[in-house]
Design a protein around this ligand. Structure first.
Ligand code: PDD
Length: 284
């Protein structure tokens, strides 16, 4: 056995014994929501923001969440039992188990699952040299603000990126870039930071919000506005943000070189600021 402890509905179990019923609606319908939280020095980073988003996702799919204070306590216990201080924490809440039917069942208990895993460190050159991105048509549904476990379009897009030797796939809808398969997207134009606005077509990334705040504190102009594909190709810098990704600069998009072909100064400034924040997370 792996020695990893998982969490299912209030119980701490060896990973191999942790299971949910085959009629769980998460399994049958993708009827569930989730969060991924990065843990630094034993402390979940931006936990409140992640739980706020979990609440928004739950509301959007008419799911009654269990007590989130208890969930947080259990999450800390899970980290302790796994002896993890630098890791990612996965929290998933599905509608629960009941005989298959399409309508939302009432009166069943949600299924809560949590796992904590060591974060596989990125190769250092991802940040020192930058990564490649590809663009793909955004064939997802119109409620991308919900962090649902329905990730098939994201899985297929990310796999296409991997086959192309790229780090991420950028979803493009009607000629405008939205976000990536599991990260948000920023560009830099003449020193200003630009990112697509929060609409139903993108996830309100916790890292995105942190980066915007950091940029404002550093006196960098921030604009949330629509970014066309042409604009993406012509920008001075591009980077993607996410809980596990943190900030990763892109130097090639669909074979077009971004800016100088090297990670840019705005990325470097923001990444330095970000690591400052996460290094202090354990003090919070
Ligand atoms: N993904 N957009 C999408 C579609 C995402 O799935 C994610 C996160 C983000 C970035 O959000 P945040 O900064 O809050 O992590 C944007 C997580 C990490 C995942 O699915 O593993």
């Amino acid at each position: 056995m792996t020695g990893i402890t998982a969490y299912v509905n209030g119980r701490f179990l060896p990973l191999g014994e942790a299971a949910v019923g085959i009629e769980d609606r998460g399994y049958q319908f993708g009827d569930g929501i989730y969060e991924v939280v990065r843990v630094y020095g034993g402390t979940p980073f931006k936990m409140r923001e992640h739980l706020d988003r979990l609440r928004r996702s739950a509301r959007a799919i008419e799911l009654d969440l269990p007590d989130l204070d208890r969930l947080t306590e259990d999450a800390l216990e899970l980290l302790k039992r796994n002896g993890l201080r630098e890791c990612s924490l996965y929290i998933q809440v599905t509608r629960g188990v009941c005989p298959r039917k399409h309508t939302v069942p009432r009166g069943i208990a949600p299924t809560v699952v949590m796992t904590a895993r060591e974060v596989a460190g990125f190769p250092a050159e991802y940040r020192s040299r930058g990564v490649k991105l590809i663009t793909v048509p955004d064939d997802r549904w119109a409620r991308c603000y919900i962090k649902t476990t329905n990730l098939l379009p994201n899985v297929l897009a990310r796999s296409k990126a991997e086959r192309a030797g790229a780090y991420e796939a950028v979803f493009v809808r009607d000629g405008f870039v939205m976000e990536c398969s599991s990260s948000n997207l920023f560009i830099v134009e003449s020193g200003a930071l630009v990112t697509p606005p929060l609409t139903n077509y993108i996830l309100a990334g916790v890292t995105r919000a942190t980066v915007i705040q950091l940029a404002e504190e550093l006196g960098i102009e921030v604009r949330e506005e629509a970014v066309s594909l042409e604009r993406l190709y012509r920008s001075d810098e591009v980077f993607v943000t996410g809980t596990v990704t943190e900030i990763v600069p892109a130097v090639d998009i669909d074979g077009t070189t971004v800016g100088t072909g090297k990670p840019g100064p705005v990325f470097s400034l923001l990444y330095r600021g970000y690591t400052g924040l996460t290094a202090g997370a354990g003090d919070a």
